[in-house]
Write a protein that binds this ligand. Structure first.
Ligand code: GDP
Ligand code: MG
Length: 310
C-alpha cells in the first residue's frame, strides 16, 4: 500500500465522521453564508480540532473565500483542505544526521511507545541503518520482554538490564554499545509514570544528563507518544509533558481506531509541537512518517475512500 492509501485507510473513521459532516454542510451550497462558517467551525470543534485551531481555520477560510472569490461548497471544501495542509506543515522531519543519533521515546503507559519503537526500528533498518534499542522502561519485567520481542521481529540489537534497574544506567550502556557497534540510531524506551510528576522529571533529567555527557554532539529527538483515541486528553498530556521535558516531536498512535484524528491539528497548532509519525495499526509496517499533504488529503477526500473502491 502506498503512503497516501495507507494514511487514507488509517484516517477512515475520522474522515467518515468529521469530513462527512463537513460535506453534509457544504453539499449543494451555491451561496456562502455566515451560518455555513459557523456550522463548519462547530464540526471542527466536535472533531477534536480544538477551539483555538478551529477558529484559526475558519478565519483563514473566510479570508480565502473572499480573496479567491469562492462561490460554492466544492470550492470551499478544497480551500479547507489546503488550509489544513498549511497548518500541519513544518517540523515533521526527524533531525538525525550524526552517527549515532539518539531517539528518546516518552509518554504515559499504554499509548504505544514500545510498539512504535519496534516499528521505527524496522523502518530504519529497512533504510540500511544500524539500529540499537535500549530497554529503559525497567519498571515491569513484561515491558523489557515486549521490547525484546520487537527487537527480534525487527532484527535489531537491544540492551537490557533486569527489572527495577536504573533507567539511566540502561541508557548509558545502550549508548556505549551503540558507539562500539557503530550504530546509526539509538532508540530508548522509557517508563510512563505521569501520575508521579516529580519521579518522572527526576528520571528524565538523569537520562538527559547521561546523553549530554556521552553524546554531546549527537542529534537528539525526544518523541512524545500520544494515543489519538483519547482526543483532548492527548492534548492535555502533551501540554503537561512539554512543561517537564524537552519534546522535539509527537508520535500519534491508534489513528486507525478512532474518529478523533482532528486532534493532530490541535497538537500541531495549539501546542506548536510538530507531529513526526502517525501509527495506523498494530503491525510492523503500520507507522508512517508524518506527511502534512497526505494527511490533509486523507482527512478530506471522501471520494477516494479505500473501502468504496473495493
Ligand atoms: P506503551 O505502554 O506506551 O509501551 O504501549 P504499547 O506499545 O505496549 O502499546 C499498547 C497497545 O496499543 C498495544 O496493544 C499495541 O498493539 C497498541 N497499539 C500501539 N500502536 C497502535 C496503533 O497505531 N494502532 C492500533 N490499533 N493499536 C496500537
Ligand atoms: Mg512499553
Amino acid at each position: 500500500m502506498g503512503i497516501f492509501s495507507k494514511i487514507s485507510k488509517g484516517l477512515q473513521k475520522t474522515r467518515l465522521s468529521m469530513a462527512g459532516a463537513i460535506d453534509n454542510v457544504l453539499h449543494g451550497v451555491n451561496e456562502i453564508t455566515d451560518e455555513m462558517f459557523d456550522d463548519l467551525e462547530e464540526i471542527l470543534v466536535m472533531g477534536d480540532v480544538g477551539v483555538t485551531t478551529a477558529t484559526e481555520i475558519i478565519d483563514r477560510l473566510r479570508a480565502k473565500v473572499a480573496k479567491e472569490n469562492l462561490r460554492n461548497g466544492k470550492q470551499v471544501r478544497v480551500a479547507i483542505k489546503e488550509i489544513v495542509a498549511e497548518l500541519l506543515d513544518g517540523g515533521e522531519q526527524m533531525e538525525m544526521i550524526t552517527m549515532p543519533s539518539i531517539v528518546l521515546v516518552i509518554g504515559v503507559n499504554g499509548v504505544g511507545k514500545t510498539t512504535t519503537i519496534g516499528k521505527m526500528a524496522a523502518m530504519y533498518k529497512a533504510q540500511g541503518k544500524k539500529v540499537i534499542l535500549g530497554a529503559a522502561d525497567t519498571f515491569r519485567a513484561a515491558a523489557i520482554d515486549q521490547l525484546q520481542i520487537w527487537a527480534d521481529r525487527a532484527g535489531v540489537d537491544i540492551v537490557k538490564h533486569k527489572e527495577g534497574a536504573d533507567p539511566a544506567a540502561v541508557v548509558f550502556d545502550t549508548i556505549n554499545a551503540g558507539k562500539a557497534r557503530n550504530a546509526d540510531i539509538i532508540i530508548i524506551d522509557t517508563a510512563g509514570r505521569l501520575h508521579n510528576k516529580k519521579n518522572l522529571m527526576d528520571e528524565l533529567a538523569k537520562i538527559y544528563r547521561v546523553i549530554d555527557r556521552e553524546l554531546p554532539w549527537s542529534d537528539r529527538e525526544s518523541l512524545l507518544v500520544l494515543d489519538a483515541t483519547t482526543g483532548q486528553n492527548a492534548v492535555n498530556q502533551a501540554r503537561e509533558f512539554k512543561n517537564v521535558a524537552e519534546i522535539t516531536g509527537i508520535v500519534l498512535t491508534k489513528l486507525d481506531g478512532t474518529a478523533r484524528g482532528g486532534v493532530v491539528l490541535a497538537i500541531k497548532h495549539d501546542l506548536n509541537v510538530p507531529v513526526k509519525f502517525v501509527g495506523v495499526g498494530e503491525q510492523m509496517d503500520d507507522l508512517q512518517p508524518f506527511n502534512p499533504a497526505a494527511f490533509a488529503e486523507g482527512l478530506f477526500d471522501v471520494a477516494e475512500d479505500p473501502e468504496e473502491e473495493e
